[in-house]
Write a protein that binds this ligand. Structure first.
Ligand code: ATP
Ligand code: MG
Length: 438
């Protein structure tokens, strides 16, 4: 490798955005070669770093001969350091370019296996599976980066909102001894002499914790051994989880609405250029409440076939069309369609809800059963054995307040907000039935 003092480089290099924002004459830039153009007498390199892109212009006869000939040999996406001076230029994007005095190649890139369009706003011509095979290179694309910058803001916004509401951030185990909820298929693993499972949700743990610390939240990784391959499901995904004591489903729906509004508001404020690159116009959502019965009635009127215990994908899509930029809370959900830990409301209904946003479920939640005897009864109705849930049931015997909460998919929300056609676009390194690398 070229002899570069990395400590000095990290301390003294200039970020590209600062070249445009500040009055700087002499710079040392580091980054990736986005594009090269050779007009024989003039050679251009478009250099990118995490803050932007800038043109490096070498002119025959003016730029030193060594540097000028070096510019011809550099391949796209190679990593280079450029020392030079900043000059104003009407033709250059952003009105400034760099006259190079020295170019050091830190690592030369091989021929690119996937399409990285010159125009950052353009989609790659390479199909998604191949892009995911080379995800580390796909992440050189500004458009891919934009997705994950938005996702980072969503996570920051979630934490910020929760902390402002006295929430305590928590961590939970990912290895469990038996199914926490029933329903979903779990991944089995070996744990010394025993069989264990990867967690499908932190549901039971966050409930136990809310019963002492009142308001708890986490960003938790979950694993679901769903065999189907859909564009909205992953086998490993992350969830924004929240649980709150002394609350019913309406209290936590309100918290969810305010939380998502805060998160989206923050994206609009912080990620304007990322949204522009992705061609997305975001609005802070408004909120609508409907019972499950009202929702199905409305959907039937729209000519959509409904299900008695769940919303269909087509139904969710229709709600997105009828109520754009709105979080639609569908509550008073049929008891049969919700898990055992959701509090019943009368004989057939429950204190469970789903939130539909831009045509897709983003959240499920509700008030939980905090009464041990009722919990046993609910387990039996769902054909689950209360003996398998003894420690969970017992946790509510020593002072458990009524409580409620929800879980919202991190990738699902990102997908919905950025109108991505496949959830795999919203996870850096997806795990689905066929993919375990990179
Ligand atoms: P869906 O009906 O969309 O399959 P679900 O009702 O099975 O979801 P929940 O158990 O309610 O999912 O999980 C809470 C949230 O986590 C969902 O609303 C969704 O945002 C997200 N989520 C659930 N399953 C997945 C998955 N397999 N991949 C990615 N996100 C998921
Ligand atoms: Mg759900």
């Amino acid at each position: 490798m070229e002899n570069v003092d990395l400590k000095n480089l990290s301390e003294n290099r200039t970020f590209i955005e600062d070249v445009f924002k500040k009055k700087i004459r002499s710079v040392e830039l580091a980054g990736w070669v986005h594009n090269i153009r050779d007009l024989s007498k003039v050679r251009f390199i478009i250099l990118k770093d995490m803050t932007g892109m800038i043109q490096i212009a070498g002119v025959k006869g003016k730029t030193s001969e060594g540097v000028f000939s070096e510019m011809d040999k550099i391949s796209r996406e190679s990593v280079i350091v450029v020392k030079g001076s900043v000059v104003d230029s009407k033709q250059a994007p952003g009105g400034k370019e760099i006259n190079p005095e020295e170019i050091i190649v830190l690592n030369s890139a091989d021929e690119l296996p996937i399409d990285i369009p010159f125009n950052s706003g353009e989609d790659s011509k390479t199909e998604l599976p191949k892009r995911l095979d080379y995800r580390f290179l796909d992440l050189h694309r500004k458009k891919t980066q934009a997705i994950f910058k938005v996702q980072a803001t969503l996570m920051q916004g979630f934490r910020e909102y929760m902390v402002s509401r006295k929430g305590v951030e928590a961590n939970f185990p990912s290895i469990i001894s038996s199914s926490s909820e029933g329903g979903t298929e779990l991944f089995k693993a070996k744990y010394f002499e025993k069989d264990v499972y990867l967690s499908q949700s932190c549901q039971l743990y966050k409930q136990m914790l809310a019963c002492s610390m009142e308001r708890v939240f986490t960003i938790f990784t979950v694993w679901r051994a769903e065999k189907h391959n859909t564009v909205r499901h992953l086998n490993e995904s992350r969830q924004f989880d929240f649980e709150m004591a002394f609350a019913d489903e309406f209290v936590v729906m309100d918290e969810l609405a305010k939380c998502v509004q805060h998160m989206v508001g923050m994206v609009i404020e912080k990620n304007q250029s990322d949204l522009e690159l992705l061609g997305i116009k975001l609005k802070v959502p408004t909120v609508k409440y409907m019972t499950f019965a009202e929702t199905n009635e409305l959907l039937e009127k729209e000519g959509i076939k409904t299900d008695a215990h769940d919303l269909t994908g087509i139904g969710e899509k229709k709600l997105g069309e009828l109520f754009p930029d709105t979080i639609v809370f569908v509550h008073d959900w049929p008891l049969k369609g919700k898990p055992f830990y959701i509090m019943p409301k009368g004989k057939d209904l429950s204190c469970g809800f789903d939130a539909i946003y831009k045509g897709m479920e983003i959240t499920s939640g509700g008030q939980r059963v905090h009464l041990p005897e009722l919990l046993k009864e609910r387990l039996k109705v769902k054909d689950l054995d209360p003996k398998d849930f003894k420690s969970y049931i017992d946790s509510f015997r020593y002072g458990a307040p009524p409580h409620a909460g929800w879980g919202m998919g991190v990738e699902r929300l990102t997908m919905v907000l950025l109108e991505l056609s496949n959830i795999r676009e919203a996870v850096m390194f997806p795990r689905d039935r066929d993919r375990l690398t990179p």
